[in-house]
Design a protein around this ligand. Sequence first.
Ligand code: NAD
Length: 447
Amino acid sequence: MNITVVGTGYVGLVTGACIAEMGNTVVCVDVDPKKIENLKKGILPIYEPGLETVVEENFEAGRLLFTTQLPEAMEQSDIIFIAVGTPPGEDGSADLRYVLEVARQVGSLMTRHTTVINKSTVPVGTADLVRAEILEQLELRGKDISFDVVSNPEFLKEGAAVDDFMHPDRIIIGTDSERARKAMSELYAPFIRNNPRIKFMGVRDAEMTKYAANAMLATKISFMNEIASLCDRLDVDIENVRLGIGSDQRIGYHFIYAGCGYGGSCFPKDVKALISIAHQNDFEPKLLQAVEARNEQQKQSLFNKLAAHFEGDLKGRTFAVWGLAFKPGTDDMREAPSVVLINSLINAGAKVKAFDPVARETAVPEFPEHWFSEGRLQIVDGQYEAAIDADALVLVTEWKPFRRPDFKALKKLLKQPVIIDGRNQYDLSQVEREGFDYYGIGRKLVN
Ligand code: NAD
């Protein structure tokens, strides 16, 4: 099959590369000429485990092509994925301008029957807007060409995106067209050979499924964080509570970790968008509002714990921060809790030395340039280097090398043996034995 994927971000590039891997010819289109130029040289715009190899092999085999020119891409393909961003607008609603711009271009270029597949996360009813945009362009051109608009939301997780795409838990396809259903079944057949988890439904149902999935995951996190805040006040260890409740199969162990808040490009944006959709439909989404509010507070929890430990006296102190990306396995800094912590610390007059295994380059633009030039913020090259002469170590992202550190070495490097563990990675008895003052999220204090 000949396929066009518009947008070469986390979703578009992974989609394009994985579909090419199955023997299809895929043209990836992006408006960013630098991204396309780099991709042609084998330089990826994002860090994603395993992606470089899939891109390189398929590019060399001539199955994966890159261009800024949609007309060129559309010459060959009658299946077009829209995988552009849908960032939050000022009121929290999903900004559809990029999706609708692609729809407009598709309508102005289409010459034969085309299946337009929306992979971006979009509010219920967006497929109708995409359809209207395409129709308007066709009418302007005086053309009567048939086309389908399909909703096919993406569920990949950053950090495991290639694996998730290759072995999906489920594939959601919203369409009422038999022709589109056939095309989609053919396209996805190689991905579900051993596990036919393809679910067809209405377009609006598919659009809502994506938001509901992310809102449910965000709810689980905020729920655990709320219980953890209570645990903090009651001298209870949330880690024991987690193991206790997870053993109930109706609850399960997945995604019930307390921590310093969820970030990334999806949960915060999609919860906000769903709240906005509710308001537009005269409905008060009380639970979703609480999920979001709890998360905002949770992102402040690490700073609050430091401020409490040092009795508000943070000025002039230096803090080591382990992990900048919003989660391990990615360089994505969007809505990362580390940004909230570092901003609060520096605004309180402290200095920060941070380390992240991959998110160095993407982290720099998140902070004012003068913080670096004035030495208030340093991004260093090693995790132990960050700890040298720091008043405390704060674990923000649970990258694997941070999980079992050399506590003896750490204790020697730190000015004071204080650990704030934003991901509950460390064993309480071990940190106690090693002589640290330790604060987790909803755990018994050790000091
Ligand atoms: P991204 O910001 O990483 O990438 C979007 C890309 O689209 C950019 O490279 C941008 O230059 C390009 N673009 C914008 N307008 C364009 C146009 N008119 N023509 C061609 N290219 C254009 O975004 P992302 O993280 O890949 O997310 C894309 C969509 O997928 C969003 O709706 C998001 O909510 C959804 N989604 C993301 C994830 C994730 O983990 N990142 C997972 C599931 C779904």
